[in-house]
Design a protein around this ligand. Sequence first.
Ligand code: 5RP
Length: 232
Amino acid sequence: MNDKERVAKYATQKVKNGMVVGLGTGSTANYFIEALAYRIKHESLDVTTVASSLVSMLKAQSLNIPIKAIEHIESLDLYVDGADEVAPDNTLLKGQGADLVREKLLARSSKQFIVLVDSSKRVGRIGEKFSIPIEVMPFAWQIVKLQLEQAGGKGELRLAEKGGLAVSSAGNLIIDMSFDTSLNSHRLNVILNGLPGVVEHGIFQDLADTVLLVENDEIKELIIGSKSLELP
Ligand code: 5RP
């Protein structure tokens, strides 16, 4: 069993009967979905789920996990997902799967957001290893890109693996942009939240409740505290 699988399996123990559970996207989230399907089948666990992407929805469906469309839920008990980077203040970088609106909606509306990472995801600052994914309305991409370049950003539209442009399930484009160290993630979060044409972005600040970190076969549970569900 690899580290991602180990931490994903551990996380399923947080799921209790009657919960509405958000399913993340990515290889770690896939292991969680498989382990959850096992508990549903073999332990008669009674849960409803909602997926953060089309890919995860199809995976859950293929494993006979009960699933609702996101438009049919108001809030969640638990959302479990991976991340690309975790900074020392527990700000996350997410979004290699491109479905940033869905992922942040689930993170924001869940009573508990548990993030599953291995030690390779720990960074000194957000943006150290990955560019910041920025989901933009298709007609706004050039304006947004230029404004971010004027703020020191460098980046391009994301390409799809099979050719053409990458498109989110909401029909938007993704610009992957990197910024130099003078713009920290808190400042960037404010800038991106306020930019017209930006639908969502990969900086998840003050959203994680728990980080499950797997390191040398050992799982550490970093409790960050419960986020406020009040409006900022
Ligand atoms: C998808 C994400 C993923 O959680 C992130 O990319 C981590 O993926 P993996 O578990 O495959 O390492 O944010 O948008």
